[in-house]
Ligand binder design. Structure first.
Ligand SMILES: N[C@@H](CCC(=O)N[C@@H](CS)C(=O)NCC(=O)O)C(=O)O
Length: 213
């Protein structure tokens, strides 16, 4: 299995899960700074020109939340449950993609990505809008987490890997978490997982894209 990644937000969750599950994954570094995600060979795998991408034999999969489910199933792990809890997981993955991540991801983009790639300073209007949006959705998450260790209750699931993914960057991305102790408690718990804290392979000599495709 090959996992095409760069050390940014969406690839982070799938790298973390692959490591957490100890799956035999070959990590392939795709340097977004050098535009390696827009080459014809990469676009043939993901026409969106985005990471992450998973290639497992005949299966080529993009969209990080789908890759999370695939990896968990591949490992035979109940992090992607097969009973009725699967719908709960789906609910949180959808909510993440359509509600929470767009707000948190905008703050990450404005405060982290723009400065990393020399794209200028944060746009105050975007920051203001995303901060307001974040506060609204974070309140929903905060209320749900009260009395629960993880999103599904006692058991960790791929939903936690998806919904929590901006939290490792909370400080840099200026996520307004002051009034959300349950979210901070939940993330502290995620941080007890070594793979969550250190999801990426050693970047000293990343497996290059050119040789891997
Ligand atoms: N919905 C996609 C989003 C993927 C995505 O936006 N990836 C970013 C990195 S976090 C990327 O590759 N950006 C490069 C670009 O858009 O040019 C997913 O969850 O996989």
């Amino acid at each position: 299995m090959k996992l095409y990644y760069f050390d940014v937000l969406n690839p982070r969750k799938v790298c973390a899960l692959a490591r957490h599950l100890d799956l035999p994954v070959e990590f392939v570094h795709v340097n977004l700074g050098k535009g390696e995600h827009k080459t014809p060979a990469f676009l043939a795998m993901n026409p969106n020109g985005k990471v992450p991408v998973l290639v497992d034999g005949a299966v080529t999969l993009w969209e990080s939340n789908a890759i999370l489910c695939y990896l968990a199933r591949k490992a035979g792990s109940d992090l992607w449950p097969t009973d009725a809890r699967q719908f709960e997981v789906l609910r949180w993955l959808m909510w993440d993609a359509t509600a929470f991540a767009p707000q948190a991801g905008t703050l990450y983009f404005e405060h982290v990505i723009k400065s990393r790639f020399g794209m200028g300073g944060p746009d105050p209007g975007e920051v203001q809008k995303a901060t307001q949006g974040f506060l609204g959705f974070a309140a929903v998450l905060e209320a749900h987490l009260r009395g629960r260790s993880y999103l599904l209750g006692d058991a960790l699931s791929v939903a936690d890997f998806a919904v929590a993914i901006t939290l490792p960057y909370a400080q840099q991305a200026q996520l307004p978490l002051q009034d959300f102790p349950e979210i901070r408690r939940w993330h502290a718990q995620m941080n007890t997982l070594p793979a969550w804290r250190e999801p990426f392979p050693d970047l000293a000599e990343p497996a290059g894209l050119a040789e891997a495709i």
